[in-house]
Design a protein around this ligand. Structure first.
Ligand SMILES: Cc1cc2nc3c(=O)[nH]c(=O)nc-3n(C[C@H](O)[C@H](O)[C@H](O)COP(=O)(O)OP(=O)(O)OC[C@H]3O[C@@H](n4cnc5c(N)ncnc54)[C@H](O)[C@@H]3O)c2cc1C
Length: 470
């Protein structure tokens, strides 16, 4: 019997759910069924998509069955890792969403200093297992982000200055191709596919597991957050620019201009007031790290300071509360060749106009690590970037959409003049189209099209920042 499922168009269309169910070990959720709404929800509440069905995969066989099922019917197929993509690319209207969140296994090989992580892992899952051995993968700043989407887009975090993009530290991937075949991708096996997957997003297949190289880091490091009152922001930004110009690769600090959240480590009179904060990590031995951050701690009169010796895993989760699932978000981002005095000045101007308590202008340094490799090492490219600028509008009520989106757009229109011309594919919003995708890849674009044409000529994997086959 065929189960009826509502499509995006609002009408009734036959969705052969029973047939899909017979092919899978994991559950298939249809509109109206328990768990469907939770499974279709993503981090950004601006996204409200209704897949015809959501398959909660339990293993590679389920993934393979889903890819074949969607390809046979030319159904839109979206892949949900951590669901953190700002553009909502984890879900699709009227198609099949492949939910990887039940596949969160991690296996660490401490001798080889590698870890295999299944594609439903969040960053914190990998940190938790690797830190048992005093090892860490090069991951991002917020622990409940999905490893899959982050890694496939290139990926950066505190340790990028030292070790490169996250995708530079991937040794191999297990992939289900558009034909439903299982292949290994690495520098030696299917190297063209590997090149595309390292930065080219979900365009070439469903990755079911990643093999990460691990670095000896922690379990204790020097890290944390330190914040100054708004009036100190120009001086702190100058200090930040000087600091990062000379910082050893082990040290990284993201500068965040926003209003203070009601965090217990900040005095109540600062809550809701403009502040500048540095989120800092030194990935070397903790004592060396404490010496390296001494100058930051002594600068001016911080309003709050929890920059100290701490477990690495707490550092990785320290910003989580500022980015909760279910808020409304709209981002604009560019790679910068440096944070000039003019760029810092412009950031201060736009910070003063943030219309909500949660929005921010953020500078993430990424210089050094990626630049050790040539631009065409992998699809991720953008190795000339010094800093990621992220203009993050973030607010609660739908009635405030227009003013927050317009703030981010206006700030971006102004600050684009400082860009390298490249931008981070994983920070692009829903309304950034094909021209922005192409520009993000620069000179690597033509090779991406070649690889797409070989591995996914029918564009089975099109719910993403799409590389259209030639
Ligand atoms: C709060 C927050 C903090 C962030 N911090 C950082 C950061 O520090 N560094 C950084 O680099 N990025 C960061 N990002 C951006 C992040 O890398 C992207 O949002 C990324 O898409 C998240 O991955 P995900 O698995 O959660 O994505 P999802 O939304 O689940 O998926 C996004 C895209 O990835 C593809 N995809 C997912 N899983 C697979 C798979 N198994 N196989 C093939 N394709 C797949 C999907 O097709 C989809 O197009 C952050 C995002 C948020 C919301």
């Amino acid at each position: 019997m065929t189960t009826q499922a509502r499509t995006n168009g609002g009408g009734q269309a036959a969705f052969p759910a029973d047939e899909l169910r017979t092919r899978l070990r994991g559950p298939v959720l249809l509109p109206g069924e328990p768990g469907y709404d939770e499974a279709r929800s993503v981090w950004n509440a601006m996204i409200d998509k209704r897949p015809a069905a959501i398959a909660r995969c339990l293993g590679v066989a389920d993934v393979t069955a889903c890819v074949r099922f969607a390809a046979e019917r030319d159904l839109p197929l979206s892949i949900k890792g951590g669901g953190h993509n700002i553009a909502g690319l984890a879900v699709c209207d009227g198609g099949l969403t492949l939910d990887m969140s039940l596949m969160r296994g991690v296996r660490v090989d401490p001798r080889a200093r590698t870890a295999w992580a299944q594609a439903g892992c969040l960053l914190g899952d990998v940190d938790r297992e690797t830190q048992l051995h005093g090892l860490a993968a090069v991951l991002g700043f917020v622990s409940n982000t999905g490893t899959a989407g982050l890694t496939l887009g290139g990926g950066f975090g505190y340790m990028t200055r030292r070790f490169g993009w996250t995708s530079d530290t991937v040794r191999s991937m297990e992939v289900v191709t558009a034909e439903g075949k299982i292949v290994r991708a690495s520098a030696d096996e299917n190297p063209d596919l590997f090149w595309g997957l390292c930065g080219g997003g979900g365009n070439f297949g469903v990755v079911t597991a990643f093999e990460y190289e691990l670095q000896p880091v922690g379990p204790e490091i020097a890290g944390g957050v330190i914040a100054w009152r708004g009036e100190d922001a120009p001086a702190v930004l100058d200090m930040f620019r000087d600091l990062m110009a000379d910082a050893p690769p082990e040290l990284n600090a993201a500068a965040v201009l926003r209003k203070a959240p009601p965090a217990p480590w900040l005095p109540p009179d600062v809550h809701g007031q403009p502040v500048i904060a540095l989120a800092v990590l030194h990935s070397g031995p903790a004592e060396e790290g404490l010496r390296a951050v001494e100058a930051i701690k002594k600068f001016g009169a911080p309003a709050g300071d929890v920059l100290q010796k701490r477990p690495y895993v707490t550092q990785q989760a320290i910003l989580d509360a500022t980015q909760p699932k279910g808020r409304r978000y709209y981002w604009k981002s560019e790679y910068l060749p440096e944070v000039t005095a003019d760029a810092a000045g412009a950031a201060l101007e736009h910070w003063a106009k943030i219309p909500s308590p949660h929005g921010a202008v953020i500078f993430f340094p990424v210089d050094g690590g990626p630049a050790k490799l040539p631009e065409d090492h992998s699809a991720a490219g953008n190795r000339d970037a010094d800093t990621v600028l992220n203009i993050t509008a973030s607010w609660d009520a739908a009635s405030d959409d227009a003013k927050n989106v317009e703030w981010a757009r206006a700030a971006w229109r102004d600050m684009r003049r400082f860009s390298t011309g490249g931008s981070y594919i994983n920070f692009q919003t829903e309304d950034e189209g094909a021209d922005r995708t192409r520009a993000a890849y620069g000179a690597n674009w033509d090779r991406l099209v070649e690889i797409k044409s070989k591995w996914d000529p029918k564009n089975v994997f099109r719910v993403n920042k799409n590389v259209t086959p030639g």
